[in-house]
Design a protein around this ligand. Structure first.
Ligand code: SF4
Length: 237
C-alpha cells in the first residue's frame, strides 16, 4: 500500500482531533506536531529507479496520513504536489481532510471538474461538522468523493449529502480516554447508505463500544476485528 507523506505535522481543528494519533505519537517522541515540515518523501511519486521506471508502480497512493493535505502551512508546497499527481495519472491519489472548506484555496488552476486520479474524502465526527463540511463538499467539482465518519462521536444524519459519494467509512475512537461509540449510530449511517445505494464500511469499533445498552472495553487489536465480525458492510448495486 503506497503511502506518500510530503509533509508532516498538523493542528487540531475540531472535536474529532482530540486524540489524534499523530499528536499522540509525536508527544511520546517529544516532537512538536504543530511544526509543519516538508519530509524527505516530498518527491516520492516521481522518484525513479536506475532503469528509469517509477519506484511506485501502480495502485492507490495514500496521501498525507501524517498531516492534512489542505492545511494552510502547506499552501506553497501543494502546488508542486499537484504537478506530481498530474504526472502520475497512472496512479490514484487518495487523501482525507477535515479542511474541505479550504478547497478553492487549495486546488490547481487546471482542476476544472477535478482530476480523475484523485479521491477526496471528507472527515466528519458529529452533526455540526457534517452539516458544515458536507453541505459544502456536496457542491464541489470532485470526480471521486468519500466520507469518513471516524471517530464518530454521536448519532448523525448525512443521507441528504450522499448523492455522489462513492463510499462512507465509519469507525470509533481509539484511546484510553476515548469517547464511546454506540453501535446504533453505525447502523443508522448504514441504513442511510442503503437508502441511497452508497457503499458502506464499518472500519473499526471504538475502545468503548456500546451495544444493546452494554459498554465493552476493547483493545486496539480488537477494534477492526469486532467491526469485521459484524459483517454489515454494504456494496452498492
Ligand atoms: S486534522 Fe487530522 S491529522 Fe490534523 S490534528 Fe486533526 S485528526 Fe490530527
Amino acid at each position: 500500500m503506497p503511502m506518500w507523506n510530503p509533509w508532516r505535522g498538523c493542528k487540531r481543528v475540531s472535536e474529532g482531533c482530540k486524540y489524534c494519533y499523530i499528536h499522540k505519537g509525536d508527544y511520546k517522541k517529544g516532537i512538536n506536531t504543530e511544526n509543519i515540515i516538508k519530509t524527505d518523501d516530498f518527491y516520492k511519486p516521481i522518484e525513479k529507479l536506475k532503469n528509469g521506471s517509477y519506484k511506485i508502480k501502480k495502485g492507490i497512493v495514500y496521501v498525507c496520513f501524517s498531516s492534512d493535505f489542505f492545511i494552510e502551512e502547506a499552501d506553497e508546497w501543494r502546488k508542486e504536489c499537484w504537478k506530481m499527481i498530474k504526472e502520475r495519472s497512472d496512479l490514484t491519489f487518495l487523501f482525507l481532510t477535515k479542511r474541505i472548506t479550504r478547497f478553492y484555496d487549495c486546488i490547481p488552476e487546471d482542476w476544472n471538474e477535478g482530476y480523475d486520479n484523485v479521491v477526496i474524502c471528507t472527515t466528519v465526527e458529529n452533526q455540526k461538522n457534517a452539516d458544515e463540511r458536507l453541505s459544502f463538499f456536496s457542491k464541489l467539482p470532485i470526480r471521486h468523493k468519500c466520507i469518513t465518519a471516524q471517530p464518530l462521536l454521536e448519532n448523525i444524519n448525512i443521507e441528504k449529502y450522499l448523492d455522489d459519494i462513492e463510499i462512507v467509512v465509519v469507525g470509533g475512537e481509539s484511546d484510553y480516554n476515548a469517547r464511546p461509540l454506540n453501535y446504533d449510530w453505525v447502523l443508522n449511517i448504514r441504513k442511510q447508505c442503503i437508502n441511497k445505494n452508497v457503499e458502506f464500511e464499518f472500519r473499526q469499533a471504538g475502545t468503548y463500544f456500546i451495544e444493546d445498552d452494554k459498554m465493552t472495553k476493547l483493545s486496539v487489536r480488537e477494534l477492526m476485528k469486532v467491526a469485521r465480525e459484524k459483517n454489515i458492510n454494504y456494496k452498492s448495486k
